[in-house]
Design a protein around this ligand. Sequence first.
Ligand SMILES: Nc1nc2c(ncn2[C@@H]2O[C@H](COP(=O)(O)OP(=O)(O)OP(=O)(O)O)[C@@H](O)[C@H]2O)c(=O)[nH]1
Length: 383
Amino acid sequence: MSAQQIPVVVLAGFLGSGKTTLLNHLLRTARGTRVGVMVNDFGSIEIDAMTVAGQVGSTVSLGNGCLCCAVDASELDTYLEALTRPSARLDVIVIEASGLAEPQELVRMVLASDNERVVYGGLVEVVDAAEFDATRVRHPETDRHLALADLVVVNKADRVPEDELRRVRDAVTGLAGRAAVITAAYGRVDPELLFDRAARVEDAAGARQLSFEDLYADAYERDHRDHPHAAYETVSFTAGEPLHPRRLMDFLDSRPEGLYRIKGFVDFGAADPDNRYAVHAVGRFLRFYPEPWPPGGQRLTQLVLIGSGTDGEALLRALDGCRVAGPHDTPEDHALWGVLRYVPDPREGAGPVTGPGTPAYDTDLYDTDPYGTAAYDEAADRA
Ligand SMILES: Nc1nc2c(ncn2[C@@H]2O[C@H](COP(=O)(O)OP(=O)(O)OP(=O)(O)O)[C@@H](O)[C@H]2O)c(=O)[nH]1
């Protein structure tokens, strides 16, 4: 490898496992390492790109859809070209795969790149410790993804008891072959674990890396219809009017079983004019993260909903019904309380961060439990 080559790390993992959280952690703690990021969002609103810190000038969103289908190797090269121009002075590039992408396809595309300035830097798989068994049942291909990984991060360690974490870690280790397996909460891993990948790939003993031919052959053996996203429907919702907090909570409380992932930002208008609310639902897990509105930007609610066996039109109609209809429809004084129950206590872990070193919300504001309700409602998690 020449000294100028930039390692390209593929960051994969099922929907909601914590890839963006881990990426933000890396960006915050890279300590002088210049990290370029490509985000492969699934959904027409690029929520992930919006929630990755340090995006200005260094984030390239790969647009709608699963990368392996939406972008061919030559398009990937166009993006790599932009990130590897000498003026960007990047030390490493991380591609965050959509939670429904085939990591193998991404790895194949990086290996097939014509760009001589890049070298494949390894596959990092993020696993949600709390959802591991359910994800494997629904997606048996999870086992295959783990077998390809160079590093597996068993994330959300804070969400499971110690013995359960050990069990999941052992199961993952069994499936991951020679990959390193580490546990983490909120993706807090040592950046060196990822950024040193280039050295390992270069190492002749690093024979774990699949050859391009292996990946290429395998990719064509499989029918693309088997990709996990084939069974999923994505709908995007945008509203210029604020949403009514109580009606949105009613919608979320009664969301159908198959609606696996919701992410985006909500404008609650007069109920909290200073903040927008980042929202994340993963299975039955639900969190809101208030954060100040970016100055000067348009105030919109933007949501991406990903589900299987769900009725997208009906979901959009239900969300339409959450819009504040006008001055006569002003939310009552305590309408936001239902939302605040799902704002995590800052002492229990970091939420998403939208700018380097910027807390996702004003920690002082949420340092107490003003409403007498547990902000971190474990019961709600497991309901
Ligand atoms: N309790 C807990 N929550 C976490 C942890 N890591 C991430 N989360 C939360 O899980 C939700 C999903 O995290 P993301 O980082 O957006 O997950 P993702 O894999 O990028 O999601 P997709 O892009 O939809 O595939 C957010 O609410 C995160 O704050 C963790 O270690 N513990």
